[in-house]
Design a protein around this ligand. Structure first.
Ligand code: C2E
Ligand code: CA
Ligand code: CA
Ligand code: CA
Length: 277
């Protein structure tokens, strides 16, 4: 057993080292990505039950000159751990606010949702930087939603409530992303000044066929109704899922069934087309 253990160590060592080196390289390259103009905003619309577009979530992509398109799952966690997420998050918010002031969006009522990571949210001066970005871009804060995860609250209820309230006062909404996958208690939820829950894709996936998932979705909808929160179903991929949800309660739908995330410019072009029809 001892020998096997040693072999196992030898076997995994090079792979672990390669991964650590890759991570180190990506971190260094990520530091340059903003200056080198390699980051892109992708946008995925959200629709109501009548197929009307009501909002959109912005999602970060990294167009790496050599590695090609990199998805956030491969670099957002690195950014979060190294603290780069603060700069990255500012960049995303500035771009999202800039987009809101474009003629295709400025006149309408679509809400734009931006993912805000825990580290970014709790970083000193977050509220001040949000104010600066709003002033710089002229975006209407009442059209913005910040998506946060349940992990935000751990050990920091008071601070979280205070920061959220300050941003609420500007008109910004808060949405709890991936709701149900974290460990926030209902007691926390009640204290948070939030306006929306996003049902995690994992619950949506099997809800039409799995009674347990169906029950979970119903529980989330019931919590939302009691707390007067809006609901977004994320990751809706099939007609069966949409049909299941439609029998439950009014909500917004987001997922590949309706639209994939697309580059900012093609999203704006879609809005121009729609307004000409
Ligand atoms: P998320 O906030 O839960 O975003 C939803 C993810 O689901 C996105 O993945 C989206 O492309 C994907 N998605 C949308 N519809 C469907 C569907 O019907 N089926 C499936 N299978 N997937 C769908 P993406 O763009 O790869 O982003 C992954 C995660 O990276 C996000 O999860 C979010 O946690 C993080 N992220 C993305 N952009 C940002 C950002 O600007 N800031 C921060 N802090 N995190 C971000
Ligand atoms: Ca999100
Ligand atoms: Ca989500
Ligand atoms: Ca999710």
């Amino acid at each position: 057993a001892k020998a096997a253990g040693r072999n196992a160590v030898r076997f995994f060592e090079p792979e672990m080292q390669a991964r650590a080196e890759m991570r180190f390289t990506l971190e260094a390259e990520l530091r340059q990505a903003i200056d080198n103009n390699e980051l892109r905003l992708y946008v995925q619309p959200q629709f109501d039950g009548q197929q009307r577009m009501r909002g959109a979530e912005v999602l970060l992509r990294w167009h790496h000159p050599r590695r090609g398109l990199i998805w956030p799952g491969s670099f957002v966690p690195i950014a979060e751990e190294t603290g780069l997420i603060v700069e990255l998050g500012d960049w995303v918010l500035r771009r999202a606010c800039g987009m809101l002031t474009r003629p295709e969006l400025a006149e309408g009522t679509l809400r734009i949702s931006v993912n805000v990571s825990p580290r970014q949210f709790h970083h000193a001066g977050f509220v001040a930087r949000v104010r600066d970005i709003l002033a710089e871009t002229g975006a209407d804060p009442a059209r913005l939603t910040f998506e946060v995860t349940e992990g935000l609250v751990i050990d920091k209820v008071h601070q979280t409530v205070a920061t959220m309230s300050e941003l609420n006062a500007l008109g910004i909404h808060f949405s709890v992303d991936d709701f149900g996958t974290g460990y926030s208690s209902l007691a926390y939820l009640k204290r948070l000044p939030i306006q929306e829950l996003k049902i995690d894709r994992s619950f949506i996936q099997d809800a039409p066929s799995d009674p347990n998932d169906a029950a979970l979705v119903d529980t989330i909808l019931s919590i939302a109704a009691h707390l007067h929160l809006d609901v977004v179903a994320e990751g809706v991929e099939t007609e069966a899922q949409a049909a299941f949800l439609a029998t439950r309660a009014p909500m917004l739908y987001q997922g590949y069934l309706y639209a994939r995330p697309e580059p900012e410019e093609s999203f704006l072009a879609r809005l121009r087309d729609a307004s000409r029809r």
